[in-house]
Design a binder for this molecule. Structure first.
Ligand code: XMP
Length: 318
């Protein structure tokens, strides 16, 4: 793809010129946008880039490990992984309101990120993986839809931290960003990854969040995603995940009665995430996912499939 090759070359030149001898800080989430931004900026300025990955304890299974492996071990990027799970989960104990969860997580994220960045000297730039559609969205009033969920982002951070912004992807659409990521050598699974909300599994564990709940959901979600890859369905849908319900139902395992939690699986197709249709996944596929989850995940004995489109549903359950 010549266009994107040219884009990379031009962006590298531009980043070098803009940054000079300064240092850049980037909040790496493991998502496509921040990952591609990290790889691109690293190509331009190498060790002048430092990435901070805040693990709030509600990431997908093995997510921190994968991020460290890709960026630190493979790319040799200066990466600081922060395990802040005790702090986050402690503050979330007893909280079951979705908006409250988001607020606590957003606030705590900023706090942790800031305190990490204070340990670094002479940082003058904050890099963000802002894309063209994000630029448009913040320039246009989106109306009431915007306030249905208080989306977690780090807006306001740069001003607060007195940093200049570096946004090397702000002319690109998502598919172009993916192409840039591929050309920079990021692994395909990372480049093709579905979006993952900032608050992570916190909004997919309905009601109160516990460490046990996180562990149970991580396992169920990993099975669902793994099966989507195996069946060649992952790239056919826009976003797919498991949700842990605060409901117990009776089941039978061997000749034992069980009384465990319900897991919902959700998959949608959409272009803009403002509206979405539920995915017509094959029955045989759903059946296999269900039996694998019930057999392999301790704590779940029933699986249901969400057949609600957006609107009237939202993509996430909280
Ligand atoms: P909803 O549930 O509003 O989701 O239909 C639309 C898209 O936004 C993501 N989402 C979030 N992303 N912080 C985020 O960064 C959030 O609090 C949040 N809530 C929803 C959701 O995963 C979907 O892609």
């Amino acid at each position: 793809d010549w266009l994107m090759k040219d884009y990379i070359e031009a962006a590298v030149e531009e980043i070098r010129e803009q940054v000079g001898d300064d240092h850049v800080l980037l909040g790496l989430s493991g998502g496509v946008d921040s990952s591609v931004a990290a790889a691109l900026i690293h190509k331009a300025i190498g060790d002048q880039l430092t990435c901070v990955f805040v693990d709030h304890g509600m990431m997908r299974k093995d997510e921190r490990k994968q991020v460290v492996h890709t960026f630190k071990d493979q790319f040799g990027i200066h990466l600081i992984p922060v395990d802040a799970s005790d702090l986050f989960l402690g503050r979330l104990a007893g909280v079951d309101d979705p908006e409250q969860k988001r607020k606590i997580i957003g606030r705590t994220f900023v706090e942790v990120f800031e305190s990490e960045s204070k340990k670094l000297n002479n940082v003058t730039y904050l890099a963000q993986g802002t894309l063209y559609p994000d630029v448009i969205e913040s320039a246009v009033a989106v109306g009431p839809a915007q306030t249905i969920k208080s989306h977690h982002n780090v807006g306001g951070l740069p001003e607060k931290m007195h940093l200049k912004l570096l946004e090397p992807l702000r002319d690109l659409f998502k598919d172009e960003v993916r192409q840039v990521g591929r050309l920079l050598g990021l692994p395909e699974v990372m480049v093709e990854r579905h979006p993952f909300p900032g608050p992570g599994l916190a909004v997919r564990i309905l009601g109160e969040i516990t460490r046990e709940g996180v562990a149970v959901l991580q396992e169920a979600d990993a099975i669902f995603i793994d099966m989507l890859h195996q069946w060649g369905l992952y790239n056919e849908v826009s976003q797919a995940f498991a949700v842990l319900l605060p409901v117990r139902t009776v089941g039978i395992m061997g000749d034992e009665r069980t009384y465990e939690q319900v897991c919902a699986i959700r998959s949608v197709s959409t272009t803009d995430f403002m509206t979405a249709d539920w995915s017509r996944l094959p029955y045989d596929f759903l059946g296999e996912v269900s039996s694998r989850i019930v057999n392999e995940v301790k704590g779940i004995n029933r699986v249901v499939f969400d057949i609600t489109s957006k609107p009237p549903g939202t993509i996430e359950w909280e």
